[in-house]
Design a protein around this ligand. Structure first.
Ligand SMILES: Cc1ncc(COP(=O)(O)O)c(C=O)c1O
Length: 376
């Protein structure tokens, strides 16, 4: 990355911590914090807001995932996005949902509610990988949807979403993707990969505060589904905008993905997210992905050098920003590293390391030096 020092000057965290925990919650870059401060100042001094905030960051998120702005709704978080998708499907009795045994709870729980009346079938991982042949074996004509994380939260395994969509669609099943661990770190392309629903909070790889998230719904599906929650934000705004009256006698749902919005979102979070998305787009997601994979290659070399057990599948095509290696007492190790200013997480009997594009090989070395010291 050209001029890494200039990049790092946008990340105040670099002065205080070796922060390698973007799979948990990211620190805010300076332009993001500045935009949020400006919003607070404006709202406290004038109770007015810049016109530019009105798009709620949707055009920038759309660009990042290769969607149209009209296919994007704002949601509070990934879990809400997953629940919206789960509740619009109305699967036939006897249907099933296919997922994997590596999933985060919010991908699976919305489908485990008894009232939904579906079975959930888990494709089992093989040494941290979910094999396409096993997905193919489980998905059948009873499958209403495949619900899956693009990148798995504990070991960073990245699914081939295009191949999974192909399998699902052959059986008439929808593809519902939790992209919180991929968007902002690696390439996400809903058109290339034929995705039906995709959702992500912005507080991890999208370098934003909690409270901002987006839901993508494929254009052809938007008007097919009635939203599970409705409020002023779900309907066409034209009547109110021209007459200052709401038509409360009928429900005229928006023809765009805003029909899945309900009421006032967390504007301050979205002001931050909007700025963060602009920053990420200006760097370019392919540059970010290349940089992250370079840093994680460097980390994997050191892990192998120390003869530690790598829990992340190694092939480039299924790698992401997350690397996990096994240690004894991972929670204690993560806490001790934290006291030395090196921030990582304990997950799945190991240490989960998740660097972003502004991190350096020297920071990775600071972590592995500490791990080496513990081995002596
Ligand atoms: C794969 C995955 N999905 C969902 C979440 C939580 O999402 P949210 O807080 O946006 O509901 C996490 C958080 O760690 C995650 O790793």
């Amino acid at each position: 990355m050209e001029n890494i020092e200039k990049v790092r000057s946008q990340f105040p965290i670099t002065k205080n911590r070796v922060f390698l925990n973007h799979a948990a919650q990211s620190p805010l870059p300076k332009p993001v914090a500045d935009a949020m401060h400006k919003y607070i100042d404006e709202s406290s001094s004038f109770a007015t807001y810049a016109k530019e905030y009105e798009d709620l960051g949707k055009p920038f998120f759309a660009k990042l995932i290769n969607a149209e702005t009209g296919e994007i709704a704002v949601v509070e978080n990934t879990s809400v996005g997953m629940n919206i998708a789960a509740n619009v499907l109305h699967p036939k009795p006897g249907s099933k949902i296919v997922t994997t045994d590596l999933e985060y709870p919010s991908v699976v729980y919305p489908f485990l509610r008894k009232s939904l009346g579906v079975e959930v079938e888990y494709v089992k991982n093989v040494k941290g990988k979910v094999l396409l042949e096993n997905v193919e074996r489980v998905v059948d004509d009873k499958t209403a949807a495949v619900a899956i994380s693009h990148v798995e939260y504990a070991n960073g395994f990245r699914h081939d979403m295009r191949a999974i969509s192909e399998i699902a669609h052959e059986h008439g099943a929808y593809v519902i993707v939790d992209a919180i661990q991929s968007t902002g770190a690696v390439s996400v392309d809903v058109k290339r990969d034929n995705i039906d629903f995709l959702t992500a909070s912005c507080y991890k790889w999208l370098l934003s505060p909690p409270g901002a998230g987006y839901l993508y719904v494929r254009e052809e599906l938007i008007q097919k589904f009635e939203p599970p929650f409705t409020g002023w934000a779900s309907v066409k705004q034209e009547i109110f905008n021209t007459t200052d009256f709401w038509d409360i006698w009928k429900l005229e749902l928006s023809e765009t993905a805003t029909r899945f919005e309900v009421g006032s979102p967390s504007y301050i979070s979205l002001v931050g997210a909007r700025e963060a998305l602009k920053l990420l787009l200006s760097v370019g997601i392919s540059n970010i992905e290349r940089r992250i994979l370079g840093l994680t290659d460097h980390l994997i070399d050191s892990i192998k050098d120390m003869n530690l057990d790598l829990q992340t599948p190694e092939e480039k095509a299924c790698r992401s920003g997350i690397v996990n290696f096994r240690v004894e007492n991972p929670r204690q190790v993560a806490e001790e590293l934290g006291r030395k200013g090196i921030i990582v997480s304990a997950r799945s009997n190991g240490i989960r390391v998740s660097p972003h594009f502004y991190n350096t090989e020297e920071e990775i070395d600071a972590l592995t030096d500490e791990i080496r010291k513990r081995q002596k």
